[in-house]
Write a protein that binds this ligand. Structure first.
Ligand code: ADP
Ligand code: MG
Length: 727
C-alpha cells in the first residue's frame, strides 16, 4: 500500500518544504536499518531474484525487494507434513513424510535423457521409489547412500502399482529430522522463484526482526491476546494449522491493526498539517449565490441545500475547508460546487474547477456559463489543447483577477497557471485525479479551500481509509421528478431483438447510449470493439449513429458529444469515456455490452447517464453467457436497486476492496496485511485512536509518540513524520 501514500507525502513534503526546510532531515531509527536492506543480504538471493521479489511483494519494476517487503508477504496456505502413513499406505496425491531405507540406485539408460533416475527404498509397510529428472548422480549418491535411512517428504503418487515420490521436497537424516519443517507456509509466487529458496529467505528475514518497543497500549493488546510485533511476524511465517492463516487470528489482527493505525495516523498528521496552514475566514452575503439560484429552472433539493449550508459554515471559519461531497450520479453535485465558488468569489477570491477530462471540463463550462452570467461572475476555460493566443489571454486575465472562475483539467496545475488570489478548488470526480495533482494545485493559493466531489459511491470504510478525516457531505436525494430506470439483463444471443427494440424507440424520438468495453489488447478478440459495433449499428441506423472513444482527440470527442446532445446523432456508441459526468438529459436508453466484465459500481455510473430527465428510461445489460452464479447475482443487484451506496457495499462484498474504486485506473493503494472485509472494525478503532494520539501529543514527541514514529517508518509512511516538529 505504501506506493501511493509515498507519492502523496512526497508532494506534500515538497509543498511543506518551502516553509519548513529545517525539518526535512529524516532519520529512520537505527534499529530498523537491517529491515530496509535489499533482500540480497538473504541467503541465495542474488540481484535477479531481488528484482523478481520486488515485483512480487511491492509491485515495482527493476527495484530490489527489501527485507521488510518479504516480511509483509503473507502466506496463504500451509503444507502439512506431519502424516507418516508408511510407504504402502500413503494415498495418491497425499503429502507424506516417510522414513525410508535406501535399497538401490537405478540411473537412466545411457543416451536417454528423458528417463528419470530412480532410487528405490522401503519401510516396514512396503516399497517407495524416489524419482528424479535431470538428476546429478553424484549428488544423489551422497544424499541417499545405499543401505542407510533417510526421512523423505513430498507428494506420494501411485504409478503402475508402485508408490513413488517425484523430487521429494525434503531429504534429511534421522539426526536432522528435527530441522525439517513439519508444517510449511505456502506463498504466492512468481516464475523463476523456487519455494525452497523463498522459504529460506523468509526464515532468514524473520530472524532479522528486532524486538521493538511496544507502541500499543496494554489495554489494547491484553484483552485480545495480541502478541508483540516481533512475535506476530514470527507466527505469520510459521503457521501451524489452518486457523493460523485466518486474518482474524490474534497475530494477523495485530499486524493488521499496526498497518491500519500507521495509515490513519499518517492521514491524521497530514490533515492536521493542512488545517494548521491558516485558512481565510470568507465574508460574503450570499447575494451572488442567490442570483444563481434564481436563474435556475428548478429549486435545490434538501440535500443540496444542506450540503451548501455545511460548506458555507466551513468557508466562514478561519480554517481551511477540506470536504468531500459524495453524491450518486445525477444528484446534482455540480451546482453545489458552483454555489461554493460563487460565495468565495463574492468574498473577493478566485475559484478553480477541475474536471477529469476535457470533455467534461467543456460540458461543465457550458452549463455554468449562463448561470455565471446571471450572477455577474466571469468564467473561463483552459484546457491542454488551447490555441497559444487564447491561452495567453486567459493566463493574463487570471493573473490580473479579470477571471473569477477557471474551469479546466489537469492543465490547471501547470506551473504557468498563476491566479491572482485562488481561494477555492473544486475537484470533480476525484478518483480520476492523482492525489498528487490535487495537492499540487493547492500550492497555488496560500489558504485554498478544497471541495472534492465524487459520484463513485465510496463505502464509508473506504472513505476513512483513503481520505482519512476529510469532512463528508452527502447528497442523498435525487432531484424531484426522476423516474426509476427499468434495468434488465439480456443475453448477447438476443442482440437482434435489442436492435429492433431500439428501432422502435428511435422512431418515437428516443436517444440511446451504446457502451462497449475498451479494447486495449488486440488479442482480446472476443470483445466487441466500439468501432465494429459502430459499423454494425450504422448498417441499420445509418448516420444517426455517432462514436466516441478514448483514442479520439479532445476536439473529435467534443464534436461527437455535441452532435449527440443536439440530436444530430441519436445513438452514441462509446467506450467508458462517458462513464463519468456526461449530461444529456433527453437520452433515455443505455445499452451496455459485456456487462459481465464491468465492475458493479462502474455499471451503476454508466446507467446514471440516463434517467436524468422526466421521461422513463431503460438500461439493457448485454451479457455473454453462460453466466456463473456470482456473475448472475451481481447483475441482479443492479436490477434490484438504484442506490449507489448499496451497490457499492454489495460490490465490496463480492469483489473485494480494490475493484470498487477501480485500482487500475486510480492506483488506489491496497494494504499488505490488513483486509478491509475482515478488519473493518479495526479500521474504525484505528481512526479513533489516531485522533486521540494527536489530540494528546500533536507532534508525537512523548515516549509513546517516539514509539509510534517507529511504526510509521515500518509501514513506509516516513513522509508523514516530516510534518511533525523534530523530536
Ligand atoms: P452529478 O451529481 O452526477 O454530477 P449533475 O450535477 O450533472 O449531477 O446534475 C445532473 C442533472 O440534474 C443536471 O442536468 C442538473 O442540471 C440537474 N439538477 C441538478 N440539481 C437539480 C435540482 N435540484 N432539481 C432538478 N434538476 C437538478
Ligand atoms: Mg458530475
Amino acid at each position: 500500500m505504501t506506493g501511493n501514500y509515498v507519492v502523496e507525502w512526497n508532494v506534500q513534503r515538497r509543498l511543506a518544504g518551502r516553509v519548513e526546510k529545517r525539518h526535512l532531515r529524516i532519520m529512520r531509527p537505527e534499529i530498523l536499518t537491517p529491515l530496509y536492506q535489499s533482500v540480497q543480504v538473504l541467503p541465495k538471493i542474488g540481484p535477479k531474484l531481488a528484482v523478481l521479489l520486488g515485483k512480487l511483494t511491492r509491485g515495482t519494476e527493476n527495484e530490489d525487494a527489501r527485507v521488510i517487503d518479504l516480511l509483509f508477504h503473507r502466506p496463504h496456505n500451509i503444507i502439512d507434513r506431519q502424516k507418516q502413513p508408511g510407504a504402502a499406505h500413503a494415498q495418491d496425491g497425499e503429502i507424506a513424510t516417510i522414513k525410508l531405507q535406501i535399497d538401490q540406485h537405478v540411473p537412466p539408460p545411457r543416451g536417454n535423457k528423458r528417463a528419470p533416475y530412480r532410487v528405490t527404498g522401503h519401510d516396514d509397510s512396503g516399497e517407495l521409489d524416489l524419482v528424479f529428472f535431470h538428476a546429478h548422480a553424484s549428488y544423489l549418491e551422497k544424499a541417499l547412500p545405499i543401505g542407510e535411512t533417510r526421512y523423505v517428504s513430498g507428494t506420494v503418487e501411485w504409478f503402475r502399482n508402485v508408490a513413488q515420490m517425484v523430487h521429494p521436497d525434503h531429504i534429511v537424516t534421522a539426526e536432522d529430522f528435527s530441522t525439517m519443517p513439519l508444517v510449511e507456509p505456502v506463498y504466492a509466487m512468481t516464475g523463476g522463484l523456487s519455494r525452497k529458496v523463498f522459504g529460506r529467505a523468509v526464515s532468514a528475514a524473520v530472524e532479522m526482526v528486532p524486538l521493538l518497543p511496544e507502541w500499543h497500549d496494554p489495554t489494547i493488546l491484553g484483552p485480545r491476546g495480541w502478541p508483540d510485533f516481533q512475535q506476530a511476524l514470527l507466527q505469520l511465517h510459521a503457521p501451524q494449522k489452518t486457523s493460523d492463516l485466518d486474518p482474524q487470528s490474534p497475530h494477523q489482527s495485530r499486524l493488521a491493526y499496526d498497518e491500519l493505525l500507521a495509515t490513519q495516523l499518517a492521514l491524521s498528521i497530514t490533515r492536521q498539517k493542512m488545517k494548521k496552514q491558516k485558512g481565510v475566514s470568507r465574508g460574503f452575503s450570499g447575494a451572488t449565490s442567490e442570483a444563481i439560484k434564481s436563474a435556475l429552472p428548478f429549486s435545490l433539493t434538501g440535500s443540496q441545500q444542506s450540503a451548501i449550508d455545511q460548506i458555507e459554515i466551513d468557508l466562514r471559519k478561519p480554517e481551511r475547508m477540506l470536504r468531500l461531497l459524495q453524491g450518486d450520479v445525477g444528484s446534482g453535485k455540480t451546482l453545489v460546487g458552483l454555489i461554493a465558488m460563487a460565495d468565495v468569489v463574492e468574498a473577493g477570491s478566485q475559484a478553480g474547477f477541475m474536471a477529469p477530462t476535457e470533455l467534461l471540463a467543456r460540458q461543465h463550462f457550458q452549463t455554468m456559463e449562463p448561470l455565471c452570467a446571471a450572477a455577474g461572475l466571469r468564467i473561463a476555460i483552459l484546457t491542454g489543447k488551447d490555441k497559444q493566443s487564447h491561452r495567453k489571454a486567459v493566463l493574463a486575465d487570471l493573473k490580473d483577477g479579470q477571471i473569477d472562475i477557471l474551469v479546466g483539467t489537469h492543465a490547471l496545475f501547470q506551473e504557468s497557471v498563476a491566479f491572482r488570489d485562488l481561494g477555492i478548488i473544486i475537484v470533480d470526480e476525484q478518483h480520476r485525479f492523482g492525489v498528487h495533482q490535487r495537492l499540487a494545485l493547492s500550492s497555488k493559493g496560500v489558504a485554498v479551500d478544497v471541495l472534492v466531489m465524487t459520484a463513485t459511491p465510496i463505502p464509508r470504510t473506504l472513505v476513512l481509509t483513503y481520505f482519512g478525516d476529510m469532512d463528508v457531505s452527502k447528497l442523498t436525494e435525487k432531484p424531484a421528478g426522476r423516474q426509476p430506470i427499468d434495468t434488465r439483463s439480456v443475453s448477447q444471443d438476443r442482440l437482434d431483438d435489442v436492435i429492433s427494440g431500439l428501432q422502435r424507440a428511435l422512431a418515437k424520438g428516443s436517444k440511446a447510449y451504446w457502451v462497449c468495453p475498451l479494447v486495449e489488447d488486440a488479442e482480446v478478440l472476443d470483445l466487441t470493439s466500439a468501432e465494429e459495433r459502430h459499423a454494425t449499428l450504422q448498417s441499420v441506423f445509418g448516420n444517426q449513429v455517432g462514436l466516441v472513444h478514448g483514442r479520439m482527440t479532445p476536439a473529435e470527442k467534443d464534436a461527437a458529444m455535441m452532435s449527440f446532445k443536439s440530436g444530430e446523432t441519436r445513438i452514441l456508441v462509446a467506450t467508458t469515456v462517458i462513464e463519468v459526468g456526461v449530461d444529456v438529459p433527453d437520452a433515455t436508453i443505455m445499452v451496455i455490452e459485456h456487462a459481465e466484465r464491468f465492475g458493479l459500481s462502474q455499471l451503476h455510473q454508466l446507467r446514471g447517464r440516463v434517467g436524468r430527465g422526466a421521461d422513463k428510461s431503460s438500461c439493457i445489460l448485454l451479457y455473454k453467457g453462460p453466466l456463473g452464479e456470482t456473475a448472475k447475482a451481481r447483475l441482479n443487484i443492479l436490477r434490484d436497486t438504484e442506490d449507489g451506496f448499496r451497490i457499492a457495499e454489495e460490490d465490496l462484498k463480492l469483489r473485494g476492496e480494490g475493484e470498487v474504486l477501480g485500482v487500475r485506473q486510480s492506483g488506489v493503494p491496497t494494504f499488505r496485511i490488513a483486509d478491509l472485509q475482515a478488519h473493518g472494525d479495526l479500521l474504525e478503532m484505528a481512526r479513533k485512536e489516531s485522533r486521540l494520539i494527536l489530540e494528546r501529543d500533536g507532534d508525537m514527541q512523548n515516549e509513546r509518540g517516539e514509539k509510534l514514529r517507529v511504526l510509521l517508518y515500518l509501514f513506509g509512511l516516513d513522509e508523514a513524520i516530516r510534518y511533525l516538529k523534530a523530536g
